[in-house]
Design a protein. Structure first.
Length: 199
């Protein structure tokens, strides 16, 4: 995702705004630790990451971050209830095998959960599917069907329905496209959705 004029990715800026200073944070699928490092430096958070990719774990360790080599699908059972103020699943939910279980477990171990998902139903993807008759490949969804890490293909509307059907409160929702908020019809025009959740 593009950075804004502060050098911070737009979705990371929103997450920084949502997370209270001094919070205990668990970043699930933390990748190379960029967001976790921002939360520790800018919000004085006590942060821990979870990552399955060993190369990404080494990148986190080089930043001095605490990261566990755990599979998100099965690794949350060892954490106690409400151990963290925030659990973050940014750009990782669509890659897990059991998304419902992972979200409910995240809501168990965290007081609040932040989820960031790609919107597979934005207008460019819809047009590609309609006119080309092929699975869309865009800047935001750069993978061919046979090499994608994504196991789930959902829209912002799908995620809202999921939350409603599982009695999950959406405290905040932001649609994002090209480092801007999308207020008008985000399910059609946003490439990414960010959600602040509570159970």
């Amino acid at each position: 995702m593009p950075e804004n004029n502060t050098g911070i990715r737009f979705d990371h800026k929103i997450i920084l705004d949502w997370v209270a200073k001094g919070s205990r944070v668990l970043d699930l699928g933390c990748g190379d630790g960029v967001l976790l490092e921002l939360l520790i430096k800018n919000r004085d958070c006590h942060g821990t990451g979870v990552e399955i990719n060993e190369k990404a774990i080494y990148a986190c360790m080089e930043k001095g971050l605490t990261v566990s080599h755990i599979d998100i699908d099965t690794g949350l059972a060892d954490y106690s209830n409400k151990r963290f103020d925030y659990v973050i699943l940014n750009e990782s939910l669509q890659e897990v095998l059991q998304p419902r279980t992972v979200i409910l477990e995240a809501l168990r171990v965290g007081k609040k959960v932040i989820v960031g998902i790609p919107n597979f139903c934005h207008v460019r993807a819809r047009l590609q599917l309609f006119f080309q008759g092929r699975v869309p490949v865009t800047k935001e969804l750069p993978y061919e069907w046979y090499d994608t890490p994504n196991l789930r293909f959902l829209s912002l509307k799908d995620f809202r329905y999921f939350c409603r059907n599982n009695s999950i409160k959406i405290l905040g929702e932001v649609g994002i496209s090209d480092s801007k908020r999308v207020a008008f019809r985000p399910n059609l025009f946003a490439h990414t959705g960010l959600y602040l959740l509570e159970k």
